[in-house]
Structures are given as structure tokens and as C-alpha cells.
Design a protein around this ligand. Structure first.
Ligand SMILES: Cc1cc2nc3c(=O)[nH]c(=O)nc-3n(C[C@H](O)[C@H](O)[C@H](O)COP(=O)(O)OP(=O)(O)OC[C@H]3O[C@@H](n4cnc5c(N)ncnc54)[C@H](O)[C@@H]3O)c2cc1C
Length: 425
């Protein structure tokens, strides 16, 4: 039986380990921290007296590699699925709109969904449909998203009430910084690949319960060793092969292949990888996501989530009496003290959803400063392939060249790509 070492217990490392284990590889997973999940994890918060995620994660029907992973780990029933795309957006004073696919057959259901999205006027609706048609043509080159949307007749209102939700949510950066080509790729995947592709899927309970526990159970049943608090510090090489992996607790040399499923800044810290890491860390730039979980005494919200049009808060997710606000592209808030962030959240929740300040009971603010790399024209060409200069060393992670922005799908796909490259050897 061939054996593999997977370094990093985020979703990319879990994906590599699960795919390798299901192909009868003996896998050992080394994770630096005391927990599995990387940037997607849950924990019990004492103030809220509830299990919360480090940040609300949504996935979509077009996340093919993720759907495969979820199926493989038997976690299919740990998610809530939409039948068709359905998003509620809000303007101040609880003015609600629905972007909701109709009961017609695909693709008519999506087209009529856009044509009934009443926050847009008729001409904006037609231009929005036109943009989807435009996405069928070759991808735009050397142009940022804001310029591309303007060039294709999208009004400021359409950008705010439609494209910004998709773009800032999926790319975690502003439309001025994002490369238009990667956005076009996303639109194609969401809107042009059948009804299911455009649906939104949410973890039923916590991220850990939906993604991590089932993957760990799968690995346990495939005799994978998962070693926590095992930070890799050095890689030993003989010629173009890795022969040893040094961790804080010992040296591993009983393996055929190694998958490094860690972010670029972590690769750069490992000795012996100069030719592999190359320029990866020096150039990559990241953007933050700000999450605020608020416990409220009561509310009458009856949708699972709301998109706030024109607010610094992009989304509000409803988890019983906990409202979770998400601000993507949130670098500007990193320096703000907690009380200012809280008062901003209170103001916006009141302004948009009519929930008064005195009903906010307790809260938890989470700033993820390096949430995702920015998909701009400087970072995108830096993305390396899974194959490296060392014959038995493979890279995975949401930053590997999967063609997708830094998402769960990119992470899980990258792990599968590394596993595929190994099983084909
Ligand atoms: C707040 C937030 C919200 C998000 N929302 C969404 C969303 O809605 N939808 C979506 O698709 N994506 C979302 N994402 C992105 C998604 O979480 C990431 O793309 C994905 O989790 C990245 O997984 P990864 O395995 O590539 O990296 P990571 O999760 O960073 O995993 C890397 C792991 O490697 C470990 N490690 C590092 N160095 C070493 C070492 N030397 N030795 C051993 N182990 C090491 C780390 O401890 C970590 O566990 C969000 C991210 C954040 C932060």
C-alpha cells in the first residue's frame, strides 16, 4: 500500500486526504493547530452560549468538487438545499425584494427570476439578462470588474442590487480590484450550468458539523492518522525528491508522496522549499471578512438570509435568535474598536430590518484578516500548479491555480487535483 503525508487540515488537506484514502492510500494528516478545519471552523461561544462559525460560509450548487466531497463523506443531509435560486434583498426601512427563479423550466426560470426582480427597472433587467448572454462569449482581458460592468451597460443600481452581491460575496474584494475574467467564469458556472448550479446551500448546523466531523469520521474509517499540533518546519530533500518532513514533534520519512495543503505564507516559512515556494508569499495580497454574531431577544425575520443593498453589511443570516452579519472586503474595519463595529451593526440592523437596539443582547465580533487572497491581475498569475519541482511533492489550497476564486470549492478542488496527480503516478 502506498503512503502519503498530507500537511494542513483545512478543507484542501481534508479533500486530498479523503480522495487519497478512498483510493487505498495510507494517509497521515499533519495539522499545526490543535483543531481541524483551517479557515472554516466552529466553536462554542460562552457569551452567546451557542456554537458559532468563524464566519458564515455559503456554498452553491455549482460547487461540483464540494458536492462530490460531501457525498463521499456521507454529509449530504447536513446541508439545507434550495429547490431553485432564491435570494431576499432589502433596502432601508425593510423594503424587501426577491431574486427568485420561477417554476418554469431552466433556463427560463432564471431569466424570469431576473425579469421579476423589481428593485431593477425594466431596462436594467434586460441589461442584466444581456450580461448573462455576454458571459457566453470569450472572457474579458485586462479589465477590472467595475469597468467591464459599466462597459456592458449595467447601471449603478444594477451593480449595487445584483452584481455586487455576487462579486463581493464570491471574490471578497471590491469590483474595482477584481479581475473581470474570474467573475465571468463564476457567472457561467452559476447561471449557465442548469438549475441546481444557481442554488444556494447552507450548512444545517455548524461548519464543523457539516464539513469537518463527517470528513474526520470518513478518514477514521479508512485508518488515516490525524495528528494535531504538528507544525511542519522543514522539508528534507535528496535530489528532486522529498525524503523527510520535520515537525515540532519529530521527523517523518515513511511516505511515498507529500501534499502541502497550506496557504502561501505558510509554505514560505518552511525550510527547504525555496524552489517550490518561489515568489508565492512575497506577492500575494489578501482581504478580510468581518463577522458579527448578535443575539437578539426577538425578531420576526422569516427568511434564512438577507442581502442588504447599499449597506456596509452585505448579508444577515438568521440562526434562530442569533443574527450573523457578514461584511466582505472588510480591510477598512480592521482598525476599528469593537464598540464602533457593534454600533455600526446595530445601526444597520435597525435601519434595514427594523430590529431595535435594546433587543440586541450579546455579540461576538470575528475579524479574519487573511480570509482570502484578492483575485486581481497581480495575484492571479502567481497561482502555482499542484505539480512542483520536487517529483513527490504536490501543492493544494484555495490559492492553487484552480481557475476559481479562494472559496471552499477552490480548496476542495485543489485537494482533489493533488490526489488525482498522485494516483495517476
Ligand atoms: C470568514 C470567512 C468566510 C468565508 N466564507 C466563504 C463562503 O461563504 N463560501 C466559500 O466558498 N468560501 C468562503 N471562505 C473561504 C474558505 O473558508 C477558504 O477558501 C477555505 O477554507 C480554505 O481552505 P484551505 O485548506 O485552502 O486553507 P486553510 O483553511 O487556511 O487551511 C490550511 C491549514 O494548514 C495548517 N497549516 C499551516 N501551516 C502549517 C504547517 N507548517 N504545518 C502543518 N499545518 C499547517 C493551518 O493551521 C490550517 O489548518 C471564507 C473564509 C473566511 C475566513
Amino acid at each position: 500500500m502506498k503512503s502519503c503525508l498530507v500537511v494542513g487540515g483545512g478543507l484542501s488537506g481534508l479533500s486530498a486526504a479523503v480522495h487519497l484514502a478512498s483510493n487505498n492510500y495510507q494517509v497521515t494528516l499533519l495539522e499545526a493547530s490543535p483543531k481541524i478545519g483551517g479557515r472554516a471552523y466552529s466553536f462554542h461561544d460562552e457569551t452567546l452560549d451557542s456554537v458559532i462559525d468563524n464566519g458564515q460560509h455559503i456554498i452553491m450548487g455549482c460547487y461540483n468538487a464540494t458536492m462530490e466531497f460531501v457525498k463521499l463523506t456521507g454529509a449530504g443531509d447536513r446541508f439545507i438545499y434550495q429547490d431553485t435560486l432564491d435570494i431576499t434583498t432589502v433596502m432601508p426601512a425593510q423594503k424587501m425584494f426577491r431574486l427568485s427563479a420561477s417554476t418554469n423550466a431552466y433556463p427560463l426560470n432564471l431569466l424570469s427570476g431576473i425579469l421579476n426582480y423589481n428593485v431593477l427597472n425594466f431596462s436594467e433587467q434586460l441589461f442584466a439578462v444581456w450580461l448573462l448572454v455576454k458571459a457566453l462569449f470569450p472572457k474579458p482581458q485586462n479589465i477590472n470588474l467595475q469597468q467591464w460592468l459599466e462597459k456592458n451597460g449595467q447601471s449603478e443600481n444594477a451593480n449595487k442590487a445584483l452584481w455586487e452581491f455576487l462579486a463581493v460575496g464570491a471574490l471578497n474584494t471590491s469590483m474595482q480590484k477584481a479581475d473581470a475574467a474570474i467573475f465571468v467564469k463564476i457567472i457561467r458556472r452559476i447561471f449557465l450550468h442548469g438549475n441546481f448550479a444557481s442554488t444556494i446551500i447552507l450548512p444545517k448546523d455548524s461548519l464543523t458539523d457539516s464539513f469537518i466531523t463527517p470528513a474526520l469520521d470518513f478518514l477514521k474509517s479508512h485508518k488515516t492518522s490525524v495528528l494535531l499540533s504538528s507544525r511542519v518546519t522543514e522539508v528534507l530533500r535528496t535530489g528532486n525528491r522529498v525524503t523527510g518532513v520535520v515537525t515540532s514533534s519529530g521527523v517523518y520519512n515513511d511516505f511515498d508522496e507529500v501534499v502541502l495543503a497550506i496557504p502561501p505564507y505558510a509554505v514560505a516559512k518552511i525550510k527547504g522549499l525555496d524552489d517550490v515556494a518561489g515568489e508565492t508569499d512575497t506577492g500575494f495580497t489578501y482581504s478580510s471578512i468581518l463577522t458579527v454574531h448578535c443575539k437578539v431577544a426577538e425578531h420576526t425575520l422569516n427568511r434564512p438570509f438577507y442581502g442588504l443593498i447599499g449597506s456596509p453589511i452585505n448579508w444577515v443570516f438568521v440562526h434562530g435568535n442569533i443574527l450573523t452579519t457578514v461584511t466582505s472586503d472588510a480591510d477598512a474595519y480592521n482598525g476599528l474598536p469593537d464598540y464602533e463595529i457593534l454600533s455600526l451593526v446595530q445601526r444597520e440592523i435597525l435601519r434595514y430590518l427594523g430590529i431595535t437596539l435594546d433587543k440586541l443582547q450579546s455579540h461576538r465580533i470575528i475579524r479574519e484578516k487573511r480570509a482570502t487572497f484578492i483575485p486581481n491581475s497581480s495575484n492571479l498569475p502567481r497561482r502555482p500548479s499542484t505539480i512542483t519541482a520536487a517529483k513527490n511533492l504536490f501543492l493544494a489550497g484555495d490559492w492553487i491555480d484552480t481557475g476559481l476564486p479562494a472559496t471552499i470549492e477552490s480548496a476542495i478542488l485543489s485537494g482533489k487535483m493533488a490526489a488525482d496527480a498522485i494516483t495517476k503516478l
